[in-house]
Design a protein around this ligand. Structure first.
Ligand code: ACO
Length: 150
């Protein structure tokens, strides 16, 4: 089925998700560091102001705690007649909540946002370890990620 577990919900990120544990969920992905509430609010307000470009969704459990989070960025290009490309970024599902199809639901919802925005494709970078997960979401291998870290 395509349903979330009983009592769970998927929705756009909200300003008060700071107190619902959104940053702790992201810690399964990488270093988040210390982010004060005011710094969070500044970042949230920036996203909100650019809401044709930044779309972040969260999944909450029956206690309204954030258990999954993910973003799609919509890039405006010149190629493909000023085409749009969606970039999926920073997908994280709480360690204790993995394997319940929350990741799959999140990717499906973010992909639909990209498609509805008019993107001709959606792309993402991931480790070899996550290839099978993204294949289950309908994605196929394409290209190689290059990076230069500072
Ligand atoms: N290897 C193989 N299969 C996998 C893997 C994996 N690593 N992870 C999930 N799957 C499979 C599941 O078994 C399931 O298959 P099924 O439909 O046959 O039962 C299917 O993929 C869907 O799995 P979900 O239950 O939706 O996966 P989950 O909710 O656990 O989310 C995720 C997957 C996002 C990778 C999660 O484990 C996680 O947060 N990991 C740590 C952070 C991370 O790696 N994030 C992604 C970084 S890449 C990026 O952000 C663009």
């Amino acid at each position: 089925s395509n349903a979330l577990p009983e009592g769970y919900a998927i929705r756009p990120i909200a300003r008060d998700d700071y107190s619902r544990g959104v940053l702790d969920v992201l810690r399964v992905l990488t270093t988040v560091g210390e982010i004060s509430q005011s710094r969070w609010e500044e970042q949230f307000d920036y996203w909100k102001k650019h809401n044709d470009q930044y779309y972040t969704l969260v999944i909450t459990d029956k206690n309204e705690k954030v258990v999954a989070v993910g973003t799609i960025l919509v890039e405006r290009k010149l190629i493909h007649e000023c085409g749009l490309v969606g970039h999926i970024e920073d997908i994280a599902v709480d360690k204790n909540q993995q394997g319940k199809k929350l990741g799959l639901r999140l990717i499906n919802a973010l992909t639909a946002i990209g498609k509805d925005a008019g993107a001709y494709k959606v792309i993402l970078d991931c480790s070899d370890h996550n290839v099978a997960f993204y294949e289950k979401c309908g994605y196929v291998r394409a290209g190689v990620e290059m990076s230069l870290k500072f």
